[in-house]
Every structure is written in structure tokens, then in C-alpha cells.
Design a protein around this ligand. Sequence first.
Ligand SMILES: Nc1ncnc2c1ncn2[C@@H]1O[C@H](COP(=O)(O)OP(=O)(O)OP(=O)(O)O)[C@@H](O)[C@H]1O
Ligand SMILES: [Mg+2]
Length: 252
Amino acid sequence: MSVISIINSKGGVGKTSSTLEIASCLGLTGERVLVVDLDGQADCTKVLSKGKRPSNGIYDALIGEEEIGSLAHRSGFENVYYIAADRRLGGFEAAIANRLEREMILSEVIEPVRKMFKYIVFDCPPDMNMLTTNALVASDFYICPCDLSRFSNEAISAIKHHADLIRKRLNPKLKCLGTFLVRVEKMNSFASRLGMEGLKKLVGDDLFDISIPATSKIPEAHLKNSTLTHMFPDNKVAIAYRQITQNIIERS
Ligand SMILES: Nc1ncnc2c1ncn2[C@@H]1O[C@H](COP(=O)(O)OP(=O)(O)OP(=O)(O)O)[C@@H](O)[C@H]1O
Ligand SMILES: [Mg+2]
């Protein structure tokens, strides 16, 4: 089994969309997948719960109030289960301020469900905060969706540094599974060429050959609480996500 963090501290680069598409693709291979929404914005939860958000979520497990197994719900997608996020996650850091080994909380919390799923996927918040650190400590792998902006490259650089520290001190098995570009439009501008050079320098072979093109069908699917994979499986972006997922299966 594999635990995978979908991470980029830069906001709006496609973490949640990628989590939803990759989880859908993994589920369609017949494997059981658990998506844990770690972002207080709860975007992933909104889609996976089809708008009927449960009252409890991962926050209740993190503060020791609920057992993790009772928080996993079946989503409308084949083989995909989820644990909800909500606004209380914004107070996680304050709530655990006096706990020992604060970085290990999520890792301990998910232990009882590790054997129940082939994949556990964390949708991380757009911040290098204690939740993101907990996700990396609990993960076998991390994947970075990104764009070609200077700020995204700087975020990738910071994540690599942070992940290296976590690997040395807290989680020796943590590996980068790859980086891929999301919402790619034109690659021929000066800024995008420079961004691509910078990204390749930063991540080298970790950059997937496949990128995710821009499409209005992704926001359209979200409006219907669905994914491209389920609504428009023949769309070229759905096909690209299937290829990314295949890479993930092979590398994990
Ligand atoms: N391939 C795509 N083409 C067009 N729009 C996209 C694509 N992927 C994602 N989007 C849109 O971009 C926006 C940001 O995507 P998303 O919410 O997945 O990013 P995020 O990194 O999770 O954001 P946050 O940092 O706020 O959590 C959303 O409105 C989403 O619908
Ligand atoms: Mg998100």
C-alpha cells in the first residue's frame, strides 16, 4: 500500500483537481482509495460528498476525539472513500501546541486504516504548515502539481528542502514520486520558457513527461460534484490524468 501527499504550498496550482482525478483513476483500476482532505477550504470534500458534507472529519481524529475508521465515507466514485475537511483545520496548530511529537500525529492517526486501502491520498493545503508537515511525515511519497510561474518554482524548491529535512529526521522512507505541470496553455512565451528551464533545474528527472492541459471541463465537472475522469473520460485531459496515474502506479 502507498500513502501519497499531493502538495504545493503555492495556491491554485491544481492540487485538489489532481487529487480528485488521480483518486478517480486509481479507483477505476479496482483498487480501494482513501482521500484525506487536509485543507480547511474543503474543496475536495465538497466534490466527494456531492455537496452533503459530513459533520465530522479528519480534525476530529487529529485531536483524538474520533476513531479514524468511523470518519471514512464512501464517495459517489467507484472504490473511492474520503475523510472530510472543515474550517476547524485552521485551528489545528493551536490545538496541538503543547503535544509532544506534533509532526507525527497524522501518521499515528491513519495507522488503523493503512491496511484497508491500497492508496491513501492527502490533498494538502496551500501552505507549508503543521498539517503539510504531518502529511509528509505520514507519506511514502509526495507529488507536486505545479505551473511555470516563478512563485510555483520557489514553492517547489522550498518543498524539496522541507522534504529532505523530514526524510533525514522523521520519515526516512519519504520519496518524491514526481512533479507535473497543470493547466498548460502556451509554452512559447519567454516567461514559460524561463519557468521550464528553472523547473527542470530544480526537479530534473522527477518531472513527468506528461502535462495536464487547460480545459474548461474541469471547473464544469466540479460544478456537478464530479470529475473529468467520470464525466468526460474521452477528453484529452482525462486521458493525460490516466497516464499520470499509470506513472504513479509504476513508481509507487
Ligand atoms: N487543467 C485545468 N484546466 C483548467 N482549469 C483547471 C485545471 N485544473 C484545475 N483548474 C481550475 O483551477 C482552479 C484551481 O485548481 P485547484 O483548486 O485544483 O488548485 P489547488 O492547488 O487545490 O488550490 P488551493 O491551493 O486553493 O487548494 C480551480 O478553479 C480549478 O477548477
Ligand atoms: Mg486545493
